[in-house]
Design a protein around this ligand. Structure first.
Ligand code: HEC
Ligand code: HEC
Ligand code: HEC
Ligand code: HEC
Ligand code: HEC
Ligand code: HEC
Length: 446
């Protein structure tokens, strides 16, 4: 009778745990659901901020005609236009925008004053704009400034919502697993107890296991096993030691933090700026070099902030704008007066690729003569938010490519003769760099 009782209690425990498990998974699902629902609500909230028709038309006009010199909320070549309707009446604005030069010439006080304030920089005339066009533009610039903090906060909240949901569900899964393990242990203990009691009731004697030789003693006494395992350990050790030494001085993947967070993804990727615009000496010299900051200022005199769409999950717009202001600090550019202060603080870029001094590598030979794309050696640079060393830069890496890559001879008079002779010698149509001598020690070692 007792036996049956115990079976019942085990069965009950199992049933109970099933119920608990089931309810647990239910709560985790419903939590995720409510998380996404919150996110959806927030999204629709932030999307609701008004988009009247004239504002959209005004934005288009502003971007095509005025954005070269004006920003809505910041001083550029011309003043920030937000609030301009408070500074001048509508009629004045119509006249000014259509032909500011005429207004200055006529001696209008306000016009002359602003003209002097901006060092007599002339503004274009826009006689083609109708009053309605100008109203649209003004409607656009007079929109209240979007709060960047709010936007970032909204994003973060949506993120946090997603993260919260997934975090809970992994926690719940782990919790369930731990719970199941605990349950199994309990069941085992119970089963063991039952069996023991069963044996006791039936009078079966329980034999205590006899004392056996410990396993390590048995191992030490078996010489063959000892020999085999020592050889095995030595081989594994040698493998790792060799691997370790081959890594010495190899900095593949090295991605240091730079003084300015300069993103190749944004410049070379999104904005499609040619590598050689900045690394101009790659074409003609041994080194590629890093551009001087006046190259940056060709664009950044007018690009003082990134577009809101440029912000990513990892980097906010505020972060990127802060990095651009580091550039301004370094070159001594005052955004208020739009002029150089003369106070320069050179940026100390951290060098990433660096061959040892005894190896010779020449960019122009590979880029201009061989016509190899930067990406073959430097990887998908246009996708890198942070620059890193993609290739190992070992001797084996150079040699492998020289063995595999054909020399580009077309259109290169210099190679005509040598190609003719060497291709006869090797009996091939096209030569590899190696066949042309790019494996000779002296070509790469001083
Ligand atoms: C070539 C550069 C340039 C362009 C393009 C330009 N502006 Fe200007 N704008 C200026 C400058 C510079 C001033 C400051 C006055 C001066 O020096 O003439 C100014 C002044 C103004 C002012 C007076 C602001 C104040 O605070 O008093 C208004 C309004 C204005 N611009 C509107 C526009 C609009 C609208 C457009 C586009 C349709 C436009 N501007 C295009 C350069 C420009
Ligand atoms: C707008 C200018 C600009 C453009 C365009 C640009 N770079 Fe750069 N590049 C830089 C700056 C600044 C650095 C130094 C900061 C850094 O390492 O991130 C750099 C660093 C590098 C480095 C590492 C240098 C080192 O220290 O070893 C490589 C490699 C490189 N660029 C390759 C490329 C390639 C390939 C492209 C085209 C796909 C490209 N760059 C486009 C400005 C530019
Ligand atoms: C050909 C034009 C051009 C040149 C040259 C250029 N930039 Fe930019 N840069 C841009 C534009 C455009 C953006 C904004 C992109 C956006 O809004 O999506 C930007 C954004 C940035 C940002 C913020 C995003 C980021 O990458 O972190 C920094 C910092 C920056 N530039 C630094 C530099 C530095 C340093 C140089 C010189 C080595 C340089 N830029 C050269 C056009 C240029
Ligand atoms: C055949 C492989 C190869 C190609 C192709 C190549 N590079 Fe390099 N690059 C290297 C090596 C190797 C180094 C390290 C050179 C050193 O330390 O002397 C390097 C270094 C650099 C550096 C660091 C500064 C310097 O000059 O030492 C920059 C920047 C750079 N490369 C940009 C470029 C750009 C831009 C292109 C395309 C126009 C390009 N590279 C094409 C192999 C290559
Ligand atoms: C992506 C393939 C590639 C890689 C990687 C590469 N090279 Fe080359 N290299 C070539 C090609 C192709 C040529 C032949 C260029 C020509 O037409 O003269 C060449 C030529 C050379 C030459 C001139 C050889 C001669 O016969 O005059 C030297 C020196 C050289 N490479 C050094 C290096 C070094 C050092 C490295 C490693 C740091 C390296 N290369 C990595 C493709 C590569
Ligand atoms: C295609 C170019 C190239 C050729 C050809 C070449 N080397 Fe190298 N060698 C290198 C580079 C690059 C390194 C630096 C590798 C590193 O830093 O890991 C190097 C490194 C070495 C080292 C230092 C050990 C090491 O791995 O760092 C020795 C020794 C060496 N080379 C000997 C030779 C000899 C001998 C020859 C002729 C049989 C030769 N090299 C031909 C490019 C070359």
């Amino acid at each position: 009778m007792e036996k049956v009782n115990i079976r019942h209690s085990i069965f009950r425990t199992l049933l109970l745990s099933m119920v608990v498990l089931f309810s647990f998974s239910q709560t985790s699902y419903s939590q995720e659901d409510s998380g996404t629902a919150d996110a959806a609500v927030e999204e629709s909230d932030s999307g609701a901020s008004g988009a009247e028709g004239d504002v959209a038309a005004g934005k288009e006009l502003f971007n095509s005609l005025c954005a070269a010199c004006h920003k809505p909320y910041k001083k550029a070549t011309g003043p920030a236009l937000h609030g301009v309707s408070d500074r001048h009446d509508r009629q004045w604005l119509y006249e000014w925008i259509k032909n500011s030069a005429a207004m200055i010439a006529s001696g209008d006080d306000a016009a002359v004053k602003i003209y002097e304030e901006y060092n007599q920089t002339p503004m274009n005339a826009f006689p083609q704009l109708s009053h309605e066009d100008i109203d649209n533009i003004l409607a656009y610039v007079e929109q209240p400034k979007p709060e960047p903090v709010q936007v970032a906060g909204g994003d973060a909240q949506v993120d946090a919502g997603g993260g919260y949901g997934s975090g809970v569900s992994t926690n719940v899964v782990l919790g369930i697993l731990a719970f199941v393990l605990l349950l199994l242990t309990v069941i085992l203990v119970l089963v063991n107890k039952t069996l023991n009691r069963f044996a006791e009731v039936n009078g079966v004697p329980i034999v205590a296991s006899e004392k056996r030789k410990p396993i390590w003693k048995a191992f030490v006494e078996n010489q063959f096993l000892v020999l085999v395992s020592s050889v095995f350990l030595l081989l594994v050790g040698a493998y790792f030691v060799y691997g370790f030494f081959m890594q010495v001085g190899v900095d593949q993947g090295y991605a240091p933090v730079q003084p300015i967070h300069y993103s190749h993804r944004i410049h070379a990727g999104d904005n499609q700026i040619e590598c050689k615009y900045c690394h101009s000496s790659a074409r003609v010299s041994k080194t590629s070099g890093v551009p001087s900051l006046n190259v940056c200022m060709n664009c950044h005199k007018s690009v003082s902030e990134v577009a809101p769409e440029t912000a990513t999950e990892d980097y906010t717009k505020d972060f990127y704008d802060g990095e651009i202001s580091k550039l301004y600090d370094a070159v001594g550019w005052d955004t208020e007066t739009q002029s150089y202060t003369g106070e320069e603080k050179p940026v100390k870029w951290v060098r990433i690729h660096n061959l040892p001094d005894f190896a010779y590598f020449n960019h122009s030979q590979h880029v201009s003569v061989a016509g190899i794309a930067c990406q073959e050696c430097h990887g998908p640079v246009e996708e890198m938010e942070i620059m890193r060393q993609e290739a190992p830069l070992t001797m084996g890496w150079c040699i492998n490519c020289h063995r595999e890559t054909k020399v580009k001879v077309e259109g290169n008079k210099y190679y005509d003769k040598i190609h003719e002779e060497l291709s006869k010698k090797y009996g091939v149509e096209t030569l590899t760099a190696a066949q042309m001598g790019a494996l000779e020690c002296g070509k790469c070692h001083y």
